[in-house]
Design a protein around this ligand. Structure first.
Ligand SMILES: *Cc1c(COP(=O)(O)O)cnc(C)c1O
Length: 231
């Protein structure tokens, strides 16, 4: 594919995704401004992000720290950067220093690291706590029981701004089946964090189901930037 065709592709796919979000908002009886689009640009080159930026996309999600830092170095703060990958404790400093949002906080230890390392001159770091709705020990995220235990200590971390809950369920085929874990996440939020109204859930394959269940952030990679090379 020529460079020109690829650029056109990203722009038209972005328009298509925005259209799907608008249609899903209608179906859910929600207004479009309740749902934010996070463009997941992991593994994609800087040029692809520039096309999306030019097409009006502000928020970008990255999973791999070094790859992300390279792009942040090139694009600066024109985009708003969201970290959405697994976090090891030796990575919290670079994340706290370079990102605006983190969707994948799944332990008190990681929350404390991000809090302690968030530079004073920056605003509070916006975070989501990641819940392991599938209760699959092989996956990351807090088990629902563990979540309630860390809410108080996390609320006391004054360099963090807790926005709500995030989840990454295993893939399901039908919209009804996809809605189930998203509904569980929303119920968990209502039960434990009634004052927080942000929910990060839904990807390319299930954004409609997530919006029906109250998502305020959908994280879309493939349907904007095309398939990824396996990494
Ligand atoms: C890769 C990724 C996405 C985007 O997934 P697509 O299916 O490509 O839209 C969303 N959220 C997280 C946490 C991811 O790692």
């Amino acid at each position: 594919m020529s460079a020109q065709a690829k650029l056109f592709d990203i722009e038209s796919r972005l328009i298509e995704v925005r259209h799907r979000i608008a249609t899903a908002c209608d179906a859910a009886g929600r207004t479009l401004d309740e749902v934010n689009l996070l463009a997941v640009s992991k593994t994609k080159p800087r040029e692809d992000l520039e096309v999306a930026l030019t097409a009006g996309q502000r928020h970008f999600g990255e999973n791999y720290l070094q790859d992300a830092l390279n792009k942040i170095g090139l694009l600066g703060n024109a985009p708003i950067w969201h970290f959405i990958g697994a976090i090891q404790s030796n990575k919290t400093r670079a994340i706290a220093e370079n990102f605006h949002w983190v969707h994948t906080v799944s332990s008190l230890k990681i929350a404390r690291g991000l809090n302690d390392q968030r530079p004073e001159h920056l605003p509070k770091l916006k975070i989501f706590l990641q819940a392991n709705i599938d209760k699959d020990p092989a996956k990351s995220g807090l088990m629902p029981e563990a979540l309630s235990e860390i809410l108080e200590p996390v609320a006391e971390l004054n360099r963090l701004d807790l926005m709500g809950l995030m989840t990454l369920p295993s893939q399901r085929e039908t919209t009804d089946a996809q809605r189930e874990p998203f509904k569980q996440l929303r119920d968990l939020q209502l039960q434990h964090l009634p004052d927080h109204n942000q929910l990060s859930m839904g990807m390319s394959g299930d954004l409609e189901a997530a919006i029906l269940e109250g998502a305020t952030w959908v994280r879309i990679g493939t349907d904007i930037f095309g398939p990824r090379e396996t990494k």
